[in-house]
Design a protein around this ligand. Structure first.
Ligand code: SF4
Length: 284
């Protein structure tokens, strides 16, 4: 099983890979896994992702303007961008949750979150690149691709915006952005996350939390996870007689049914021929 087109590994896939490589593979290599004879579930669009997209849109409006003129645009412009984006995202149906049970609440939420970014984060950024996709070859036929929210001009910083319910570990993703920056001629000396939390409207909107990570440690994490992904994908394509893994065998990718995200809601392999591991836990 080989493929002529390059395999794309997205920087944003790296941080979740160790939690359950098979779940990540089902998203990253969906077409190839289906071509190998497996079925996979469709993943419904979640309101959390839509809110994230909308707040990112507002942030990019701010930073593009600042990169051009040195000043932030008026808040109303950023709010409009966020609200229009979340409405467009929800147009074809949406899976709502406890934090965001309806579209009208999502619209207020993205306005609150964009305001926090405008007030707490954007003034501290001197943007050089805003959401520009960068790519680098990491092995023959394997391309690392990523789009960091902003690389600030001085010092050479990579910063990424997160908007979830909780702040997870995003070091590998930052490391990938740093590797991509360097291979595109940008010297990165600082890597950080700006976290604007999505909370229900009945709670006050928290301010932004910013974290700085060690660039070398983040790059090490990224490099090693990329290597695991490459090895697992090669095993899926070619098999591994030593491990008794045939080409196309789901066990090319280890499975972790103890993952917090092992459910039909979050995993496109759940309940398919590509993963049965959760069933054994249920039967026990
Ligand atoms: S069903 Fe559970 S164990 Fe299997 S791939 Fe999905 S998250 Fe991993």
């Amino acid at each position: 099983m080989t493929t002529a087109t390059p395999t794309i590994i997205r920087a944003s896939s790296l941080s979740g890979y160790p939690d359950c490589p098979r779940r990540s593979a089902a998203r990253m290599f969906r077409a190839e896994i289906i071509a190998a004879g497996h079925d996979l579930r469709d993943s419904p669009r979640s309101i959390g992702a839509a809110v994230g997209t909308a707040v990112h849109k507002a942030a990019s409006v701010m930073l593009i303007e600042k990169a051009k003129t040195g000043s932030l645009p008026p808040l109303s412009t950023c709010h409009d961008a966020a609200v229009e984006t979340v409405k467009a995202e929800a147009a074809d149906g949406m899976l709502y949750d406890r934090e965001t049970p309806a579209l009208n609440e999502a619209q207020t939420q993205v306005v609150r979150m964009a305001t926090v970014y405008h007030h707490d984060v954007a003034p501290d950024i001197q943007p050089l690149i805003v959401e520009e996709r960068m790519e680098a070859d990491v092995a023959p036929g394997v391309v690392l691709s990523g789009q960091s929210d902003v690389i600030a001009r001085e010092p050479g910083r990579v910063r990424d915006l997160k908007t979830g319910k909780m702040l997870g570990n995003h070091k590998p993703q930052l490391g990938a952005y740093s590797l991509l920056g360097r291979s595109n001629g940008i010297d990165v000396t600082e890597a950080g996350i700006d976290f604007v939390q999505r909370v229900p409207l009945k709670k006050p909107q928290p301010g932004a939390v910013s974290q700085v990570h060690d660039v070398a440690a983040a790059e090490t994490a990224a490099t090693n996870i990329i290597r695991h992904i490459q090895d697992d994908l090669q095993t899926f394509r070619r098999g591994d007689p030593v491990r008794g893994v045939l080409p196309g065998d789901p066990w090319a990718f280890p499975a972790n049914p103890s993952s917090m995200l092992c459910s039909a809601k979050w995993c496109t392999a759940f309940g398919t021929t590509f993963c049965r591991e959760h069933q054994e836990i249920e039967e026990e």
